[in-house]
Design a protein around this ligand. Structure first.
Ligand SMILES: [Zn+2]
Ligand SMILES: [Zn+2]
Length: 127
């Protein structure tokens, strides 16, 4: 979300935890300025994609916060802000976007533990 009352990078806030953008908290943007940060995306990915949990469905007139569509996919609901949902498709797309961004340093949770590797160039790990 874009917080018009905030200044600088505080302007960009994750819709799911409402923390502002920071260098070490990369975010992926959805429709109409909705944002999910790397931490929330990790939690969503683990629950819905890795563990294949059924998740939650948005309420009758709700929709995915990221794509603004109503889908039958499982959704991850923010534990902090119960009106924030992200559908499985958006989790997957956001994960791809963030994993491809060399500045994010983010990798999909469990990616190394499964045979589901779609990256063909291994990330140089300089830890
Ligand atoms: Zn967040
Ligand atoms: Zn969505």
């Amino acid at each position: 979300m874009h917080d018009p009352a905030a200044q600088g990078t505080d302007f960009f806030k994750c819709d799911f935890c409402r923390r502002p953008w920071r260098e070490d908290r990369p975010m992926v943007e959805g429709h109409r300025g909705s944002l999910i940060c790397a931490d929330c995306l990790t939690a969503a990915h683990l629950e819905i994609v890795n563990e294949k949990r059924p998740g939650h469905s948005p309420p009758e007139h709700g929709a995915c916060t990221m794509c603004l569509e109503r889908r039958d996919d499982p959704h991850w609901q923010s534990p902090l802000f119960e009106s924030a949902f992200i559908c499985r498709r958006c989790i997957r797309q956001s994960a791809q976007t963030l994993a491809k961004d060399p500045d994010s340093g983010w990798t999909r949770p469990g990616a190394a533990a499964t045979a589901d590797r779609i990256e063909d160039d291994p990330d140089p790990d300089d830890d």
